[in-house]
Design a protein around this ligand. Structure first.
Ligand code: PSU
Ligand code: MN
Length: 304
């Protein structure tokens, strides 16, 4: 019915039972401008490799699901304008119609699980948008975390989201939310959100063990690890608050809605911080790639 194409390095890793880390592609096509998007994707892949795991960047190219992209495929995707953004609702339709699309956190989790990959590194997850009580804009990423057994390493959720409501929904859905090395849930560009993470873990080994424990208990779904951005790259909450407010005001005034909201806000915040937000974004994704590689290594190393 469908075919999965594995990159040569992912195929080799799987044949040798070596750890792999899934990486999403929406961050490349919709999260960062060209050419920093390709450069970052390459740096992130290199970071995974240098920490003992194999990177598997996931996307749909001409109707085929790819687990791991060859260099030329990655570059072509990053340059293409108007690539579709695929979440759970869009994945099958894109494959059925021969389309090309970048996978969000939700669709990347689905694909990673199909490929037997248990750990996934990204920047930030989608969540409950501010004003969701009127717009009903709640990312499908949250529901996915509740049903697909992949541990997702992110730098928390962006302050463009309603972080308290995002944490509430995750609790309702039974998703473990783990602060890594600190008691607070991080807020993407900032290490702190002012909100406690429901759980705290301090080592990759503990996170791997909790992942396996859920499987052993027959619990569906994954885990969300909130890994704070390194101190030297952080932008404080106070500095960001007025910028986020301005970007949100513009989105509203221009009638931006649905899938277009997150990419619009990211692009405006990039402009309004004169590129500083992008440097922070790159630093935090690299940091997440490192931790994800360590968790993937622990999952393989232990004899559960
Ligand atoms: N948040 C970020 N950067 C991103 C995204 C979210 O900080 O690039 C992307 C991810 O792919 C995420 C998706 O899964 O946006 C969520 O989109 P939506 O809110 O439309 O579900
Ligand atoms: Mn949405």
């Amino acid at each position: 019915m469908y075919e999965i194409i594995y990159s040569s390095e992912v195929r080799a890793a799987q044949a040798d039972s070596k750890p792999s880390v899934a990486l999403e592609s929406t961050i490349i096509t919709h999260g960062m401008p060209f050419p920093q998007n390709v450069e970052t994707a390459q740096l992130v892949e290199a970071e995974v490799r240098s920490h003992g795991a194999t990177p598997a960047t996931i996307a749909v190219l001409n109707g085929t699901l790819h687990i791991g992209l060859e260099q030329c495929e990655l570059e072509a995707l990053a340059k293409t304008q108007g690539v579709a953004k695929l979440s759970r609702a869009d994945l099958a339709a894109c494959m059925a119609t021969g389309g090309t699309g970048a996978t969000t956190v939700a669709a990347t989790m689905i694909a990673a699980h199909l490929a037997g990959i248990s750990v996934f590194a990204t920047g930030g997850i989608g969540g409950v948008h501010q004003g969701a009580e009127l717009s009903f804009d709640v990312s499908a990423d949250l529901q996915e975390l509740a049903q697909t057994p992949v541990t997702v390493v992110a730098a928390g959720a962006k302050a463009i989201l309603d972080i308290p409501k995002t944490l509430e929904v995750l609790e309702t859905l039974g998703v473990p939310v783990i602060g890594y090395g600190q008691p607070e849930f991080p807020a993407f560009w900032s290490r702190n959100s002012g909100l406690a993470a429901p759980l705290q873990m301090n080592t990759a080994g503990e996170i791997a063990k909790a992942h396996m424990m859920r499987a052993a208990l027959g619990l569906p779904g994954g885990q969300l690890v909130g890994n704070p951005v390194p101190k030297e790259a952080e932008i404080s909450r106070d500095a960001l608050a007025p910028i986020i407010e301005q970007a949100q005001g513009e989105a509203q005034a221009q009638g931006i809605s649905g899938k277009a909201v997150t990419p619009f806000l990211l692009a405006r915040i990039f402009e309004l911080t004169e590129g500083r937000s992008l440097a922070t974004n790159i630093a935090l994704v690299l940091n997440n790639a490192r931790l994800a590689a360590q968790i993937a290594g622990e999952l393989k190393a232990e004899d559960w």
